[in-house]
Design a protein around this ligand. Structure first.
Ligand SMILES: C[S@@+](CC[C@H](N)C(=O)[O-])C[C@H]1O[C@@H](n2cnc3c(N)ncnc32)[C@H](O)[C@@H]1O
Length: 489
């Protein structure tokens, strides 16, 4: 696929045709996204690379908009191996132009698929995310003074930037037209040329577009994204007679060039999938919260607890996806609980989620009452690593008490706490030679083994998943509670 195969004609496919798409993902989220694509959409030819998952599906926009673990969704236009980087800028730009604009018939096919998806032709199956989406408010500094440092940082970094950070982009993609000073300068040049020089595209004259380019690696040392975007824009105007509109284009053409591949796509929604329309005030990254809940094996009638729920993101993600279960959230902080309450009301989940104010160290809840416990453990000023040494075993002990045998515990840990957990479980396992559990993604498995220590003897590690929270990395740890030997409980 990477070797520049001839492009199939999409329009020749049958009515149950599968379009080819890709979705960007935060670092470490690719395996969750790949699994979701299989289970939710029955997607075929699912192919993950760092930060992106490519797939084929016949699903419409309504179904595609339900994806929960991805960031931005694109109709795939082209996917080629990385371009050979030449020192000569002109030659390089020429190659990029022929890569992106070549095979005009294929472009027109893709545009027709895009139009169909948006209901311009055929069945209308569009869910206008921008119309249905409440603006995601970010809490002010004062309002969030009880939240952890990490939470504030997550709030400050946009989902798009997080994906970019994950891919170590040299130059940011310019999705925001207000920032597009370079592109704005070229707009008049392009607009004046956009008079349909090429007669093959007369019926597309009403069409407006803009190019957003990201490049990293060797190519970024030769050309800027602006130079590449301008060259592609001029070539598309010449080839098809489309008009440039940097402010409100009919479609955006996304070009991503790096050392691994060259990808061209058309975003299907203006807002990232990760911007949830049901979350009023954002806390933990929604995609990571969803991934945590997806590991908890929540079944109908289950009772699920987040004992440090903050603004309730994990509970919201879980309750939206698994509405047949019942949810409890606890937090020590008034203002966080107020935020969670506001979120739950706005999401229409008051019947599903109960809140209570309590410390995780002593929850006024009966033993063995929960099927799943899912939590994002705070760190930072309030939970200094030195204190965490005592705190983490205490939390685990309380979680173990509250969980029924066979239940699941899902924890999000900072790098420091992950290390600490590793040490704790190694220590508690003694010379236990159990193999580390399998992970969804390679290389992130800690050397967790069955617990044999004092604090959480019956919590068996069941996987570790490294994920990015933007500027920091974190680890999702999964445990399952096993039954204690007879006479030991
Ligand atoms: C990392 S934040 C959770 C963020 C949450 N996942 C969200 O999406 O908003 C950790 C939360 O733990 C709470 N917390 C700190 N110490 C606690 C304790 N001893 N008992 C219960 N909650 C505590 C903080 O108030 C904070 O809301």
């Amino acid at each position: 696929e990477e070797a520049s195969p001839p492009q199939p004609s999409l329009l020749n496919m049958s009515s149950a045709e599968a379009g080819r798409f890709f979705c960007t993902a935060g670092r470490g989220m690719e395996p969750f996204l790949a699994r979701e694509l299989h289970t939710r959409l029955g997607a075929a030819e699912v192919d993950s690379v760092s930060g992106k998952v490519f797939f084929s599906t016949a699903a419409g926009l309504g179904e595609l908009s339900k994806l929960r673990s991805g960031e931005r969704l694109f109709l795939l236009v082209k996917k080629h191996r990385a371009l050979q980087v030449a020192r000569n800028k002109g030659k390089m730009l020429h190659e990029i132009k022929s890569l992106v604009v070549g095979e005009p018939k294929y472009w027109l096919d893709i545009i027709s698929v895009w139009r169909k998806l948006h209901g311009h032709e055929g069945k209308k199956d569009d869910v206008s995310r921008e119309e249905n989406t409440l603006p995601v408010k970010r809490k002010s500094e004062e309002e969030t003074n009880t939240a952890s440092k990490r939470q504030k940082m997550e709030q400050a970094v946009s989902e798009e930037c997080q994906v970019e950070a994950a891919e170590r982009c040299v130059s940011p993609e310019r999705m925001n037209h207000q920032e597009c000073s370079t592109e704005s300068e070229i707009s008049s040049e392009l607009l004046s040329k956009g008079s349909g020089e090429n007669p093959t595209a007369n019926h597309h004259l009403s069409f407006t577009f803009r190019v957003s380019c990201r490049c990293s690696g060797a190519i970024a040392k030769i050309l800027t994204p602006q130079e590449i975007g301008r060259a592609i824009g001029v070539a598309l105007v010449k080839q098809f007679g489309w008009r440039v509109d940097l402010r409100n284009p009919d479609l955006e053409i996304f070009v991503h060039l790096n050392d691994i591949h060259s990808v061209v796509g058309i975003p299907l929604f203006r807002l990232p999938l990760a911007n949830r329309d049901y979350i009023r005030t954002a806390g933990l990254r929604s995609t990571v919260a969803w991934a945590m809940a997806s590991l908890a094996e929540i079944s109908a009638g289950a009772l699920v607890l987040d004992p440090m729920c903050g603004l309730g993101t994990i509970l919201l993600e879980a309750a939206k996806e698994w509405p047949e279960a019942f949810y409890w959230g606890a937090d020590i902080s008034d203002s966080q609980l107020e935020g969670a309450d506001g979120n739950i009301r706005a999401a229409g989940l008051v019947d599903k989620i109960e809140l209570l104010q309590a410390s995780v160290k002593a929850l006024p809840l009966p033993s063995e009452s929960f099927d799943s416990i899912i939590s994002d453990i705070p760190f930072g000023k309030k939970f200094k690593v030195t204190n965490d040494t005592q705190l983490l075993p205490g939390i685990l002990q309380e979680m173990e008490r509250l969980l029924r045998v066979g239940g699941t515990l899902i924890l999000l840990l900072s790098q420091d706490l992950h290390q600490l957990m590793d040490n704790l479980t190694k220590k508690s396992a003694g010379n236990d030679s159990s193999e580390p559990k399998k992970t969804l993604n390679n290389g992130n498995s800690s050397s967790l083994a069955n617990g044999g220590g004092e604090s959480f003897r019956f919590l068996v590690p069941d996987g570790v998943f490294g994920v990015s929270l933007g500027k920091t990395d974190a680890f999702i740890h999964k445990f399952r509670k096993i039954s204690p030997p007879a006479g030991n409980w």
